[in-house]
Design a protein around this ligand. Structure first.
Ligand SMILES: *[C@@H]1O[C@H](CO)[C@@H](O)[C@H](O)[C@H]1NC(C)=O
Ligand SMILES: *[C@@H]1O[C@H](CO)[C@@H](O)[C@H](O)[C@H]1NC(C)=O
Length: 404
């Protein structure tokens, strides 16, 4: 195995903090769906019933008979994630792993049954490209039940599809920080600061235009943000500066505090603007798997099987300070903010942490792409892991619509 020799010393280090870390993380994962979030006594939000079991905890089992539900010809593909077309190695094997929750079955989505349930309703994704990755999987799977599916485009929606047989639209609104943000060239008040070329002004209390007017259109919404909250996207020379009520926040928050303020404000906005009956999910972080360096330092994900459970903390526990540590950190902050709201967490992080084998890696469908951008160990091959996200999301939607 590629990793064996490099892993050993680190693994030993991580064994110094053995069971306490494991217990800590499992105790955080387990209660998600077994205990309802606290509600204020005056709240009129009906508490959604917990699903019959925790779909987020389990393991991957190799099932060679398992086949993807769509191929490289799905018209909703994005080229860089179309791993079959790009002749990625092991695509068959990537799709032979089946997620098995600990205490129940995860059924594969029945596209016809699901679209029937959703008849005359719409589903929206709001967030960054990892939600678009999710969307493409969703569209390609649903299309199995309606070959007449058409590309759908509307002001404010980046892309999506309309399923005429069922009168269902599934749309994606690109809003990488969720809040509105815009580039502002060098400001007089920053004149003293060395090297600052300008700022990205983030209005923490204003949603990005792309999803500002969608409150009456969707019955189900899936939000996310997270992958843009890093100093590689917004370095010190072009920083994020946070505004509230039209004025800069003082003292200026660091990026992670800014994220917290944005999530708090966006959650408050969602709770205020969207009807109570809209089923709302917040998808937690999709983990990255850069091994041996960051994305721009030859970080690589040429693995041919999922990670072992014992390896996950070494890769992802923030205390190990690894390349991919931010997902669990951000999750913690987001989960804190979502407590007591009507927004349900869609904790796809843990199951995805295993899948170092399932990214496009070097097979990006474009000459020189790897030399310029490095490997893609962040997005997922399609068909691939997001198909399991779809199984989980549709099972939770079905459960909640049937109960409601
Ligand atoms: C399609 O669904 C929308 C709601 O999304 C509804 O307003 C409209 O009447 C439906 N159209 C038909 C033909 O049923
Ligand atoms: C990445 O790999 C290339 C080619 O092997 C090498 O020239 C370059 O120095 C490496 N970059 C880093 C940051 O390690």
């Amino acid at each position: 195995m590629l990793m064996a020799s490099k892993l050993t010393p680190k693994l030993i280090t991580s064994l110094i903090l053995p069971s306490c870390l494991l217990i800590f993380f499992y105790s955080r994962l387990l209660p998600l769906y077994t205990t309802p979030s606290p509600q204020s006594p005056t709240s009129k939000i009906p508490l959604l019933p917990p699903p019959p079991c925790n779909l987020f905890k389990g393991r991957w089992i190799l099932d060679p008979s398992r086949k993807p539900m769509y191929d490289s010809t799905c018209p909703f593909h994005r080229n860089a994630w179309n791993c079959i077309k790009n002749q990625r190695e092991n695509v068959g094997r990537i799709n032979s792993w089946k997620w098995v929750p600990e205490s129940c079955d995860l059924n594969r989505v029945d596209p016809n049954g699901f679209l029937n349930l959703m008849r005359d309703k719409n589903i929206g994704f709001v967030g960054d490209s990892l939600n678009e990755n999710f969307l493409v999987s969703f569209l390609c799977i649903l299309r199995v039940a309606d070959a007449g599916a058409k590309k759908w485009k509307r002001k404010g929606a980046w892309r999506g599809a309309y399923f005429p047989k069922f009168n269902v639209t599934v749309g994606y609104h690109r809003a990488v920080l969720l809040a509105k943000y815009e580039w502002q060239p060098k400001q007089p008040e920053l004149a003293g600061q060395n090297g600052v070329k300008g700022i990205y002004r983030v209005d923490v209390d204003i949603p990005a235009d792309d999803w500002a007017d969608i409150a009456d259109f969707y019955s189900v919404l899936v939000f996310n943000t997270g992958h843009w909250w890093g100093y590689d996207k917004f370095p010190k020379e072009t920083p994020l500066i946070f505004f509230k009520g039209g004025r800069p926040i003082h003292p200026p928050p660091e990026m992670s505090d800014g994220l917290k303020v944005v999530v708090q404000n966006m959650v408050a906005h969602i709770e205020k603007v969207f009807p109570k009956k809209v089923l709302k999910f917040w998808r937690l972080q999709s983990p990255r798997h850069f091994h041996g360096g960051e994305w721009n330092q030859n970080g690589s994900c040429l693995f041919d099987q999922p990670l072992e459970e014992e390896q996950l903390d070494w890769w992802f526990d923030p205390s190990n300070n690894g390349v991919n540590k931010e997902a669990r950190k951000l999750n913690h902050l987001i989960e804190e903010t979502l407590k007591g709201t009507s927004i349900r967490t869609l904790d796809l992080t843990h199951l995805s942490e295993f899948r170092a084998d399932a990214h496009p890696a070097t097979w990006l469908g474009k000459k020189d792409a790897v030399a310029i951008w490095g490997q893609d160990c962040m997005h997922w091959c399609l068909p691939g892991v997001p198909d399991t996200w779809v199984d989980i999301l549709t099972q939770l939607i079905s459960y909640n619509l049937e109960m409601g």
